[in-house]
Design a protein around this ligand. Structure first.
Ligand SMILES: [Zn+2]
Length: 340
């Protein structure tokens, strides 16, 4: 048996370094350090070593064992951090010397939210945030919706503590806070997550996102509101976007408008995404109801304003051609929104 430990060490190190995967490395470990492995055979060989050299040989052998154990351990970690793109084994050292592929991107909701933020900031709006856990006062009462108002039936509310503390059902609650804090003239936009007790389907979720805004000034009219929305629709979907404004009731505004976009999926023929209508309702808007200004101690004879609320998830879905709202909050990393 070869008892030249220097030679044994060099051979062993070469084997460990050449291991291409964890399985090969394990076979090498068993061959070197296993119960019947090379090192234990060498320990058994000690009895044949001259008595004068035996102690030193034992010490060297123990040292070799420690070195090999550490090398195998290091190599094992290195092999596990290796990625294997085309069946080839690339060691970590190889990867760090070249540029790594860029992984991940901002969520489509964040991307769209930031794009809309930028547009409104250019129009002189400030971006606001507010609490997701709200009071009944700011979520309903200050928005012209007292406790017996039928409009409450349209928003099945999730309560934290009935009847006062709830998860906000819309970002209008931020508007109510804003109107009570700011002195006109002001322009503000406020995106946020909202909650309603809705059945989760392809087009509805109990958690969703709104993008809301308000502008209060001296001579604001529907003309300003429509001008802003023409700009926003074109900015997000291109100059040939087809938009429809129609009269619609919302308790916070008078008059109120529904904002519709030609369905991005069927282009007007009718499909499951637009529920056969050919149009998708992207949000509501209107001239702020004088009561809301009065609640906020703003004189409605002196000031007027417009307010809007967008279903942000729908804007994201139309922009990224996403046909199922559930995927926006799903965790499937393999999901590619443009490859549906
Ligand atoms: Zn459609």
């Amino acid at each position: 048996m070869n008892t030249d430990l220097k030679q044994v060490r060099e051979d062993a190190i070469k084997q460990i370094q050449d291991a291409k995967n964890s399985k090969e490395l394990e076979a090498i470990r068993i061959r070197l350090l296993g119960r019947n492995g090379l090192l234990n055979q060498l320990f058994a060989e000690m009895r044949n070593i001259a008595a004068a050299d035996r102690k030193q040989f034992g010490a060297n052998l123990n040292q070799l064992k420690t070195i090999l154990e550490k090398l195998i351990n290091d190599q094992s970690v290195s092999l596990k951090t290796t990625i294997n793109p085309e069946g080839k084994t690339l060691k970590l050292q190889t990867l760090t010397s070249t540029s790594l592929p860029k992984l991940g991107h901002l969520h489509p909701i964040t991307q769209t939210e930031r794009k809309i933020n930028a547009l409104f900031q250019n129009l002189g709006f400030s971006i606001y945030d507010g609490p997701e856990i709200e009071t009944d006062e700011f979520c309903f009462q200050r928005l012209n919706v007292p406790s017996d108002h039928p409009a409450r039936d349209m928003q099945d509310t999730i309560y934290i503590r009935e009847p006062d503390v709830l998860l906000r059902t819309h970002t209008s609650s931020i508007e109510a806070r804003l109107l009570s804090q700011e002195k006109p003239p002001f322009r503000a936009a406020f995106p946020g997550r909202v909650y309603r007790n809705e059945k989760v389907t392809k087009s509805n979720h109990f958690i969703f996102h709104q993008y809301q805004g308000v502008a209060v000034d001296k001579d604001i009219s529907l003309k300003d509101l429509i001008g802003v929305f023409d700009l926003l629709f074109k900015n997000l979907y291109g100059d040939d976007v087809e938009v429809r404004y129609r009269c619609k009731y919302y308790p916070e505004v008078e008059p109120g408008l529904g904002l519709d976009l030609r369905c991005f999926n069927c282009h007007g023929d009718g499909c499951s995404v637009c529920k056969g209508a050919g149009w998708i309702e992207m949000g509501g808007a209107g001239i702020i109801h004088p009561h809301l200004l009065q609640f906020a101690s703003i004189d409605p004879r002196q000031w007027r304003g417009f307010a809007f609320g967008l279903g942000l998830d729908r804007w994201v879905m139309a922009k990224f051609n996403i046909k199922d709202i559930r995927t926006l909050l799903g965790g499937n990393l393999a999901y590619k929104p443009n490859q549906l």
